[in-house]
Write a protein that binds this ligand. Structure first.
Ligand code: NAD
Length: 475
């Protein structure tokens, strides 16, 4: 398949709203039987996900390609194989994660054993976005299963092929009594949010994140909000510019810039600005050729609405110069990989998260100015620093706050399953991946176990002067 054959003919999915409370009642009753607490049940579900990915790889890829024109390598590395590896990682560590953790006890409660038990929360709701529509539904689901939960899953209606594929395949590979896929958009999500869940895991934009959190507050339901933001890449004068240019261009134009952790813009020391831009423009040509529209390695914009939104950002006379790209074709939902220079502060590209293949490059006097600029805005989901100087790397990490960061690369920190992935401030609440997902979907129950052979009376009334003296010594 080539990237040009993007199809968007599938209608937005629709679910009978009355099914939602009934499905939740049924799943809640099933959770109450305790079936999900069993390690074997959890392992079987995770193995089912691995099997589904193995057996249905082609079907999963075709759905992703139809929705986003995803190149095969991008679909494999960040969605298909990613999910299989994530499930395998959870299976490998499941027994260890499930074991109670022993902690120390103070003298006053000795002899005793203090432990943290992980218990499942119950029925969780997972609401996914459209940019990595398979991974961002399945990865939280893997954590929820590992922790022993049932789940209702709401794929994004913006990627209808992937939504339909998930609704068709998941019940074949998972215990259908414990999981339900509800397809649909605002109407269905609004109905879901009226119900009481034991956790809501939402990935998407901050506006809907607020809607989710407000609805969750009605039931005192805890939320995880995986949001976005304008993630900067800082490049200083000591950076290896060839490597920086290749990595920034790769990380930005992967999935046509529709990645929550893509570098939104580049802040580069002015002494190396021109050299970096020249190298980035060359990297675009090297990766996608003279006609990126003909490249099998370049994805498409998810729909016309987002295409129009991005074209509007480009249509800002006098607010920037185009170093490369700038062209588009609505009928193909194509926007060329675009690098902008001389970007004014009031350029529309600098207002909200770009979330598309447009990369403004801003010259900074020095790293201090770049840091000040980052700190003058909302805390981003990711931050990148390209520098050969470890002191500068550490300075940027210490003086800025972001959900995560990579040094001398773009978003590879996400590929480490034991690094927590999540935002801070406007970029989100909570973090997952690896055992962090298990912890997120578990209640950590404090348990103290005391022997009965000894039962000192020091704590019991009547409170005497001697007991007071002893308590002062022991506490
Ligand atoms: P989206 O439009 O697919 O929305 C996400 C989910 O919210 C969908 O399931 C949708 O049905 C639901 N939704 C939409 N409007 C709603 C409403 N009014 N009420 C209730 N539910 C509603 O995805 P999006 O928000 O356009 O995704 C893009 C954003 O997500 C970007 O900001 C990006 O940075 C962020 N994102 C973050 C991460 C992360 O892991 N932190 C990952 C991917 C995307």
């Amino acid at each position: 398949m080539t990237a040009q054959h993007v199809s968007s003919t599938l209608a937005e999915p629709n679910t009978d709203l009355e099914l939602i409370p009934a499905a939740l009642r049924r799943i809640r009753a099933r959770f109450a039987t305790g079936v999900t607490k069993d390690r074997t049940w959890r392992d079987q579900q995770l193995a089912g996900i691995e099997r589904m990915v193995r057996e249905c790889e082609k079907e999963i890829f075709e759905a992703l390609h139809a929705d986003l024109g995803k190149p095969e390598i991008e679909a494999l590395s960040t969605e298909i194989t990613y999910v299989a590896n994530d499930a395998a990682h959870a299976r490998k560590h499941l027994s260890k994660w499930m074991k109670p953790t022993r902690v120390s006890t103070p003298l006053v409660v000795k002899p005793a054993k203090a432990e943290i038990y992980s218990e499942p929360l119950g029925v969780v709701l997972i609401i996914a976005p459209w940019n990595y529509p398979f991974q961002l539904l399945m990865a939280p689901l893997i954590g929820a299963i590992a922790a022993g939960n049932c789940a209702i899953l709401k794929p994004s209606e913006v990627t209808p092929h992937t939504s339909a594929m998930i609704a068709k395949l998941l019940p074949r590979y998972l215990d259908p009594t414990c999981f339900e896929v509800i397809e649909g958009g605002v109407k269905e999500t609004t109905k879901l949010l009226e119900e009481r869940f034991d956790h809501i895991f939402y990935t998407g934009n901050g506006t809907v994140g607020r809607i989710v959190m407000r609805a969750a507050a009605e039931h005192l339901t805890p939320v995880t909000l995986e949001l976005g933001g304008k993630s900067p890449a800082i490049v200083d004068a000591t950076a290896d510019l060839d490597v920086a240019a290749h990595r920034i261009v790769w990380g930005k134009f992967f999935n046509a810039g529709q990645t929550c952790v893509a570098p939104d813009h580049v802040l580069v020391e002015e002494s190396v600005h021109d050299a970096l831009v020249t190298r980035m423009v060359a990297a675009v040509r090297e990766f996608y050729g003279d006609q990126p529209q003909d490249s099998d390695s370049y994805a498409r914009i998810v729909n016309e609405k987002h295409h129009d939104r991005l074209v509007k950002l480009l249509d800002a006379p006098g607010k920037h110069e185009v170093a490369c790209g700038g062209t588009h074709d609505r009928s193909d939902r194509y926007i060329a990989p675009t690098i902008l220079t001389d970007v004014h502060d009031d350029s529309p590209t600098m207002a909200d998260e770009i979330f598309g293949p447009i990369l403004p490059v801003l010259a900074m006097r020095d790293v201090d100015q770049a840091i000040a600029r980052v700190n003058a805005h909302d805390k981003p989901l990711a931050l990148y620093v390209f520098s050969s100087d470890t002191a500068t790397q550490e300075k940027v990490l210490a003086e800025t706050s972001s959900g995560g960061a990579s040094v001398n690369h773009i978003w590879l920190h996400l590929a480490c399953p034991e690094l927590p992935f999540g935002g801070v401030g406007e970029s989100g609440i909570g973090a997952y991946h690896g055992h962090h997902s298990f912890d997120l979907f578990s209640h950590k129950k404090s348990v103290l176990k005391k022997p009965t052979a000894l039962d000192p009376t020091i704590l019991y009334p009547p409170y005497t002067d001697l007991k007071t003296k002893l308590i002062k010594k022991v506490l």
